[in-house]
Design a protein around this ligand. Structure first.
Ligand code: SF4
Length: 75
Protein backbone atom coordinates (compact mmCIF):
# COMPACT_ATOMS: atom_id res chain seq x y z
CA UNK A 1 0.00 0.00 0.00
CA UNK A 2 1.31 3.42 -0.93
CA UNK A 3 2.12 5.79 1.88
CA UNK A 4 2.07 8.91 -0.29
CA UNK A 5 0.58 9.94 -3.61
CA UNK A 6 1.66 12.65 -5.98
CA UNK A 7 -1.10 14.68 -7.62
CA UNK A 8 -0.54 16.20 -11.03
CA UNK A 9 -2.84 18.55 -12.93
CA UNK A 10 -2.16 19.23 -16.59
CA UNK A 11 -3.18 22.89 -16.76
CA UNK A 12 -3.09 22.81 -20.56
CA UNK A 13 -5.60 19.97 -20.65
CA UNK A 14 -7.86 21.33 -17.85
CA UNK A 15 -10.98 23.03 -19.19
CA UNK A 16 -11.95 24.61 -15.87
CA UNK A 17 -15.10 22.69 -14.97
CA UNK A 18 -14.20 22.83 -11.22
CA UNK A 19 -15.57 19.33 -10.76
CA UNK A 20 -12.39 18.31 -8.95
CA UNK A 21 -12.52 21.31 -6.62
CA UNK A 22 -16.16 20.51 -5.89
CA UNK A 23 -15.42 16.83 -5.30
CA UNK A 24 -12.28 17.34 -3.20
CA UNK A 25 -12.02 20.98 -2.08
CA UNK A 26 -9.38 19.98 0.44
CA UNK A 27 -7.13 18.91 -2.44
CA UNK A 28 -7.95 21.14 -5.43
CA UNK A 29 -8.68 24.82 -5.93
CA UNK A 30 -9.26 26.92 -9.00
CA UNK A 31 -6.54 29.40 -9.95
CA UNK A 32 -7.12 31.61 -12.95
CA UNK A 33 -9.86 29.31 -14.19
CA UNK A 34 -7.72 26.18 -13.98
CA UNK A 35 -7.38 23.56 -11.29
CA UNK A 36 -4.31 23.38 -9.09
CA UNK A 37 -3.59 20.89 -6.32
CA UNK A 38 -3.24 22.42 -2.85
CA UNK A 39 -0.39 19.99 -2.17
CA UNK A 40 1.59 17.96 -4.68
CA UNK A 41 2.17 15.04 -2.31
CA UNK A 42 -0.70 13.82 -0.15
CA UNK A 43 -1.68 11.02 2.17
CA UNK A 44 -3.66 8.48 0.09
CA UNK A 45 -7.39 9.20 0.22
CA UNK A 46 -10.28 7.84 -1.82
CA UNK A 47 -11.59 11.33 -2.56
CA UNK A 48 -8.42 12.09 -4.55
CA UNK A 49 -9.16 9.13 -6.80
CA UNK A 50 -12.79 10.25 -7.10
CA UNK A 51 -11.62 13.66 -8.31
CA UNK A 52 -9.19 12.19 -10.81
CA UNK A 53 -11.78 9.77 -12.16
CA UNK A 54 -14.42 12.50 -12.45
CA UNK A 55 -12.32 14.85 -14.55
CA UNK A 56 -13.91 14.81 -18.02
CA UNK A 57 -10.61 15.40 -19.81
CA UNK A 58 -8.35 13.25 -17.58
CA UNK A 59 -6.23 16.26 -16.63
CA UNK A 60 -5.55 14.86 -13.15
CA UNK A 61 -3.09 12.08 -12.49
CA UNK A 62 -2.42 10.38 -9.19
CA UNK A 63 0.87 8.51 -8.85
CA UNK A 64 2.61 6.60 -6.14
CA UNK A 65 5.12 9.10 -4.78
CA UNK A 66 7.67 6.34 -4.23
CA UNK A 67 7.74 4.44 -7.52
CA UNK A 68 5.75 6.77 -9.82
CA UNK A 69 3.19 4.04 -10.60
CA UNK A 70 -0.01 5.45 -12.10
CA UNK A 71 -2.92 4.97 -9.69
CA UNK A 72 -5.60 7.12 -11.36
CA UNK A 73 -7.17 7.56 -13.78
CA UNK A 74 -7.47 3.88 -14.55
CA UNK A 75 -6.30 3.06 -18.05
S1 SF4 B 1 -12.21 18.31 -13.21
FE1 SF4 B 1 -10.55 18.35 -14.74
S2 SF4 B 1 -11.21 19.87 -16.24
FE2 SF4 B 1 -12.44 20.19 -14.41
S3 SF4 B 1 -11.31 21.76 -13.25
FE3 SF4 B 1 -10.65 19.76 -12.49
S4 SF4 B 1 -8.80 19.28 -13.69
FE4 SF4 B 1 -9.89 20.91 -14.76
Amino acid sequence: MSTAWRIGVDSHRCIGTSICAGTAPEHFRMVGGRSAPLADVVVPAEVVLDAAESCPVEAITVRDATDDRLIAPEE
